[in-house]
Design a protein around this ligand. Structure first.
Ligand SMILES: [Cu+2]
Length: 408
């Protein structure tokens, strides 16, 4: 009974003391950041770092289509070059060097794009409160063992005293363990204001078939300053979904952070007309936020090539969308085996759901999911919706489009 209590308290402490993970590279955790570089999907994995100064292992996981591309990486004055090779998806390793703990920036650069990814190196050092905790638990163990021995030797008074002191030591250790992590972290202010977003394209009038840049400038709603606390969530600094109004064009991109409050991605449109862009962000110590904007692409009309699956669902009810991928060799992407993005016809509604099975802890290079992907979702009102299921197989992001008729 008593040991069960000790075990319970220890487990609770481990949970309470778990550090916040946004942007943090530690001795026990990798940082995954998806980036769309020159139109191609990459996952940048900054590997767990046991000590500083020391090597910083950075893997680029490249998804098809991979083209020949030279990428320069830098952290401070430490640099490395990675050469992606055409049609060779998978892991490209690089080694950088990191001198100290704390805030750093990983600069990712190609001939015409760059991204600055902030991250924090948090290698554990034994703080005073941790010494108190470990010392307290150590003392508890010794005292309880001594109490058991004394009890066995029928020295009841001695056993009671040792046991009592042991319980006190454990209580102190437990109190320090629970309270100190909160004390040692700055308490974030609750109820952060929203970010205000402005979408711009460069050039300002995008043309069909020609690459252009979609950028979001993010400003803090209360200070008017650029938003510089974007947190990595679902393995990216920001998720950008761009769709044509007619639902035939769909891109799920991971824009590059070019400076504080600015993210951008390169896109090539395949049909003229109105486009809707949604940016999914999360700020440190605040909830997620979806911001959006629209732009027009000019050019001659193109025939629409619809190859979507058709589904019919009732409105405002939990429903399941299922896709049979025909393969058990799916790799997790953005930390999940599958993603579902939904949009209504007018563009006022955007939904995002994840595959219902357990999320994966693998870095996306191990294939072990499938063949069925199931998503629980709902559609708020009757009307026509679009739904896109995404998963990764053979280092290629596969998108399965659906047209959904939602009935009342
Ligand atoms: Cu994403």
């Amino acid at each position: 009974m008593f040991f069960r209590l000790v075990l319970g308290v220890s487990v609770a402490l481990i949970v309470v003391a778990a550090p916040a993970s946004a942007h943090v590279v530690s001795a026990g955790a990798d940082l995954h950041v998806a980036q769309t570089v020159n139109g191609a999907e990459l996952t940048v994995v900054i590997r767990r770092t046991p000590e500083v100064p020391g090597p910083l292992y950075v893997d680029l996981v490249a998804y098809q289509p991979v083209r020949d591309l030279s990428i320069d990486l830098a952290v401070g004055d430490s640099t490395a070059a990675v050469l992606l090779q055409r049609d060779r998806p998978g892991t490209y390793p690089a080694v950088l060097h990191v001198r100290d703990q704390g805030q750093h920036e990983l600069v990712i650069k190609t001939s015409d794009e760059f991204s600055v990814v902030p991250f924090r190196v948090a290698v554990p050092s034994l703080a005073t409160w941790e010494l108190a905790v470990y010392g307290g638990f150590g003392a508890t163990g010794l005292l309880l063992a001594a109490a058991i021995v004394a009890g066995a030797m029928s020295r009841r008074a001695t056993a009671m005293t040792l046991g009592g002191v042991g319980v006190i030591a454990m209580t102190i250790a437990a109190t320090v363990a629970v309270v100190s992590p909160q004390l040692s972290q700055a308490t974030p202010e609750p109820g952060r204001p929203n970010a205000q977003a402005l979408l711009t394209t460069s050039p300002s009038g995008p043309v069909l078939g020609e690459p252009f840049t979609v950028g979001f400038d993010l400003v803090d709603g209360s200070t008017g300053l650029p938003v510089d606390d974007l947190a990595v969530h679902h393995d990216a600094i920001a998720h950008l979904v761009i769709t044509s109004q007619d639902g035939q064009f769909f891109r799920h991109l991971h824009p590059l952070r070019t400076k504080a409050g600015r993210v951008e991605a390169r896109v090539t449109a395949d049909r003229p007309g109105k486009y809707l862009a949604y940016l999914d962000i999360e700020r440190v110590a605040a909830g997620g936020q979806l911001v959006s904007g629209t732009f027009e692409v000019t050019g001659p009309p193109r025939p629409v090539s619809a190859q979507s699956r058709s589904l019919t669902f009732p409105a405002a009810r939990p429903v399941t969308i299922e896709v049979d991928t025909g393969s058990t060799g799916l790799q997790s992407w953005l930390g999940m085996p599958g993603h579902l993005i939904t949009r209504d016809h007018d563009g006022g509604f955007l939904g995002h759901a994840h595959e219902r099975s357990m999320s994966s802890t693998s870095d996306g290079t191990v294939a072990g999911h499938g063949p069925r992907l199931r998503f629980a979702t709902s559609f708020p009102r009757p009307g026509r919706y679009f739904a896109w299921v995404q998963y990764v197989r053979d280092f290629r992001v596969v998108t399965v489009p659906h047209v959904v008729e939602v009935v009342g």
